[in-house]
Design a protein around this ligand. Sequence first.
Ligand code: GLC
Length: 803
Amino acid sequence: MINNKYGHFTDDHREFVITDPRTPRPWFNYMWNEHYGGLISHTGGGFSFLDCPRDNRITRMRYNCLPWDRPGRYVIVKDSVTGKFWSLSWAPTIDLKYDKYECRHGQGYTSITTEINGIRGEITYFVPTDVNAEVWKVKLTNLTGEKRSLEIYSFTELMMGNALNDIINQPNDKHFTDIHFDKAYETLVSTRRYWVLNKKVSVVQPNIDWKYKLYFTSTLPVTGFDGSLDKFIGRWRSESNPVSIETSTMNNTEITAGDPIAALQSKIELNANGSIDFATILAIVPKSEEQPFEFVKWKELKKIETLQTKFQQVKQHWNEYLGHVSVETPDEKINAMLNVWNQYQCAVTFDMARNSGYYHGGLLFGTGIRDQFQDILGMVIANPERVRARLLNALRFQFKNGSTLHNFFKMTDSGEKTNHSDTPLWIPFGIIEYLNETADYSILEETVRFYDEGSGTVYEHLVKALDFAISATTERGLPKIMNGDWNDTLDHIGPLGKGETVWGAFFLAYMLKKTFELLDHRNDSDTRQRWEKFYAKLEKVTNEVCWDGEWYLRAFRDNGESVGSKKYKQGKIFINAQTWSVISGLAPKDRADKALQSTKNHLGTPYGIQIVWPSYTEVEDTIGLISRCVPGKKENGAVFNHASSWFILASIINGDVESAFDIYTKMLPLNSSANIDRYETEPYVFAEYVTSPDHETENQASHSWLTGTAVWMYRIALDYIIGFRTSLKGITFAPNIPSHWKIFKAERTFRGKRFFLTVKNPEGGNSTIRSLKINGKEVENSVIDVASFTESNITVEIILGKK
Ligand code: GLC
């Protein structure tokens, strides 16, 4: 069993069980469908939104709140005889002594079990797959031999609309709320009579309607309600002691102004040792529907049996999603990640972007183009259809000249053009990864608009992105860094348009090479020749002017001075220039060896590879924000996991499997969180970064969940360690394992077939294949075209070792 002092995984790794609620930070999970959902903490905290967490927030989260993680989705039980009351999710009644607390974060649901005052409460939060709603399903069990009279209070604070506006203009915002109680359906009906959908913060208030109604109800008979936060909570009080609960008196307030809350009261009797199931439901329906209650089949939905079925559908959905890949390696932590949590985190990043989390409050980023086109790597195996739709949607933000917005907001189609030099290049990256998985060439013929004018086929979008990147280079062929590259904080290297990015040169070369197979497939020899020539130019220039002796430089400033050289006292060596020199294929073997060795020597930490060393301690205006950040954190010298993951890839490509595996293992959150009180964030998912030894909070993680680390760690492990390698032509098998693995098995679906891989390693090798059998027949190791198989199950047996 994998555990730490706050919790453990279940044996099948499908749930992380938190047994002590006083975790070092709130530990989150997600519950969502394609439109509705949000995050849920182990105390019932978090927020919900429909489609966009900035423009269409449903429930409220208070930013920078003390105590942490408030408000939430609370169900409070009160004993009518003793007057004692407590929350089923621990918060907000955290000062009470519970006899038991246990939170299970699973895929798409969170269940919290408590025992206190002789009552066991089990509350399960989930979002149905097919309704824009959230359900808080409860089972209460009377652990005593006496009949109990209980009051149930379910409540959550509402936002209904633009979340940014709720923060900056809330006293005005509250003149537009409208909540009443529908007696026939025993439902609080809430709406807002205007909606801020400005593309930016503005004093101009748009005169439009919030297009939705919010329904809040219980499967129990409702004995009281409140729509007013002030009335329900009372003066000078908080969520932990609402006056309505203390006095058992609901005000039944219907409001037309004020801070909205949805609060319901029900009363139940529990027989000795008896139990009861009930649920609270919050749903969003379009105002335009003439019979909105019918629209959501409200009476049917309000039945506990319906909700049980909906919960099973959620489980089924995740079984299917996770079923596309499974591994059985000698390392239980790797199995837990690849079979469940890493795959699951990929689904979260695909849908939440960098925009809906405890560390990403949903107000600023929208969906990043750079991030989106990487995130498809994690979803494409399980759900290529969704990836296809997502690619077509995101391409709408590309300009006719091949450049692109940096990010966009789903409901307004607005975003910013920040001129980060790498952003357009992720477009072909995503398209090619989609094609590698599916061979669905039809996508290339789809027509998609450009953000400024006209439209083009997906293939034209792809070609334009790369040609734009080629055009944005200096005379000697290095890409202009413009306002930064993958590393957002290198933002002052080239304000005059002259500064160059060396990482960007490697990345451009990698992307050019990645397209060659496709260009051949399309017989596009003109483009191929043009790009091959540029690839050669990049090879030449990077090796002529970017080598610093022991490693590659990171950039050149507007005045021609380098960045990332041994001659400086800070920022001598940057990880990305080393790893991508190898990934791109541009570094000759001796330089590849040296660059990676220097990386290990200078950037290695017990938790992975740090992004730069030495971290900047003095501000350097000709480099950027990186130097303003405290040393050892974020881009200024942390183990920035996304970048660290590329070291694993580079080492494997360079033939150093043991180093790759060493870093892969160190970076697993289950390992880097060994000292959980230092690490702090969720041990079941990757965090964006772990503080390096350059800061006194060494080993503290932050920005968990929403990071490109998820998809890269997943696919590097699956493609390069386990060894399922995809390309347009098909699949290749190329495991790269540590010598101490004697055997492992893995399964993967690919283009409608299921591959069953067994790898034996009797001599303790890493990668060299002695024998490869497909469906029992010895074959040469080359690309397998799946169309040549009639069977749907294909076995692959590999024996590693010398021939
Ligand atoms: C954050 C951003 C990502 C960027 C990285 C490095 O993770 O989401 O887009 O590449 O920081 O600056």
